[in-house]
Design a protein around this ligand. Structure first.
Ligand code: URA
Length: 448
């Protein structure tokens, strides 16, 4: 236990004096025991908004946050390949876990993935899976391990206590306007990731109008901070910064995204190119980080084979069955997924180019206006609600073409969603000067 008192720790943090390992672990343990009060945590978070931490300080802090609860240990699970993880900072239409996890399983890795539910404008992997009838993601740690051993991956909600100190801190950050600090976000995310006990990790940090980080500079700083924490704590990681200025893929909304993911796994040659770029980059970076491939060319060749052979699709089907879902989801996807009663095209009446999307607003329309998400954790979800056939930025539309199809279960919701959607997009006169967004903005691997 550190001899430094909590007010002294706060003074050092306010002045930017480096805290030592004892002081850091004493502060985090105090959060757990109650010795560190909410007002101390609030002061600490506010000071950190203005006084950046050193890499070492941030890494030590994150490790303490990880150790505030259970540290998952896969060493006795009998896995005969690397244990890998993935994290996305959240976006709209981000169904990438549903595709990358079965690819990694088919490549010989084991991915026991703890995922979250959608909150705010971003969707959650658990909600997407639960759009499939009878799928239950509330499974025990033992079942998560058994399914992962059997199939190579499993996706479930966190059980037990993963980084409980982060939960306390996050609640205080939320009400003290201290969420948007790179140090605190990196510690919060990586505290949970270190507790998950994987050997290799790929981080997908989104940047743009549908992301937490609105600029490439902020997203890159967060990716770098998270990568450094992983590196300092012996976790092999690669951090990708990817564009989120438009919906990822052609769909957003729980059941619609499952449908797009299954189509991708069954026939990736027809997949949305931006989605494919993100899937290929994250999978290949994880193959390299986990030692399954020596370089990107080799990794991409393996992934192509896995997709063409249908092995990743098969793995996904097996997971759905293991979680209580239908045995024939791959063959009869549309029969099983819920459908909205209304499919409203957002048509244009003159030739136009789609030049911008307020992607966060589109996420909010799905979550709030048509019931595809929740404001509170207990709120029910309309799994069928969402948008499909979303045009890519830069697309040139002719009169009568639609920018997207809104899926809703009432005319009133569809009317409100259409009005909001029209405000969320920018249509311009077509121009050959239009600059298309790059999907993968950078990869941080430590080897450059
Ligand atoms: N997600 C987290 O888990 N923590 C943050 O601070 C921000 C996003």
């Amino acid at each position: 236990m550190s001899a430094t008192t909590t007010p002294e720790i706060l003074q050092k943090r306010r002045e930017g004096t480096t805290l030592n390992a004892d002081e850091i672990s004493s502060f985090v343990q105090g959060i757990q025991s109650g010795k560190v009060a909410p007002e101390h945590i609030a002061a600490f978070c506010m000071a950190t908004m203005f006084q950046p931490m050193s890499v070492e300080e941030r890494s030590a802090f994150t490790l303490s946050v990880a150790h505030s609860g259970d540290i998952l240990d896969w060493s006795k699970a009998g896995f005969d390949g690397p244990v890998v993880g993935k994290h996305s900072s959240g976006g709209v239409g981000d169904k990438v876990t549903l595709i990358v996890a079965p690819i990694m399983a088919a490549a010989g890795a084991y991915m026991p993935k703890l995922s979250g539910r959608g909150l705010g404008h971003t969707g959650g992997t658990l909600d997407k899976l639960e759009a499939i009838p009878n799928v239950n993601t509330s499974i025990s740690q033992e079942k998560l391990q058994a399914i992962t051993k059997d199939i190579g991956f499993a996706i479930a909600g966190a059980t037990g206590k993963i980084a409980p100190a982060d939960k306390v801190m996050y609640g205080i950050r939320d009400v003290t306007s201290t969420v948007m600090s790179i140090d605190l976000i990196a510690m919060s995310i990586m505290g949970k990731k270190l507790a998950e006990g994987t050997e290799a990790l790929v981080l997908d940090v989104k940047s743009g109008s549908g992301a937490f980080m609105k600029t490439t500079e902020e997203a890159t700083a967060l990716a770098q901070a998270m990568w450094e924490i992983a590196d300092n704590n012996g976790l092999k990681a690669r951090a990708v910064v990817s564009d989120m200025n438009e919906v990822l893929g052609n769909t957003a909304g729980n059941a619609l995204e499952v449908s797009e993911a299954v189509k991708f796994l069954k026939n990736s040659s027809t997949a949305n190119l931006r989605l494919k770029d993100v899937v290929m980059t994250l999978s290949s970076e994880l193959m390299i980080a986990s030692g399954l491939s020596k370089d990107s060319d080799q990794a991409r060749q393996k992934i192509d084979h896995i997709l063409e052979s249908g092995r990743a699709a098969e793995k996904f089907g097996q997971l759905i069955y293991a979680l209580g879902g239908p045995i024939d989801l791959l063959e009869n996807t549309e029969k099983h997924l819920p459908k909205a009663s209304i499919q409203r095209p957002i048509t244009v009446d003159q030739t136009a180019q789609l030049t911008a999307m307020d992607t966060e607003e589109i996420g909010k329309i799905i979550a709030n206006t048509i019931g595809g998400g929740r404001q509170n954790v207990e709120d029910p979800i309309d799994y069928a609600a969402g948008v499909s056939d979303v045009s890519s930025l830069g697309a040139i539309l002719q009169p009568g073409d639609s920018v997207a199809l809104i899926h809703a279960n009432s005319e009133t919701q569809a009317d409100a969603a259409e009005a909001r959607f029209r405000n969320a997009i920018t249509l311009s006169s077509p121009s050959s000067e239009y600059k298309f967004n790059t999907t993968i903005l950078s990869v941080i691997s430590g080897s450059e």
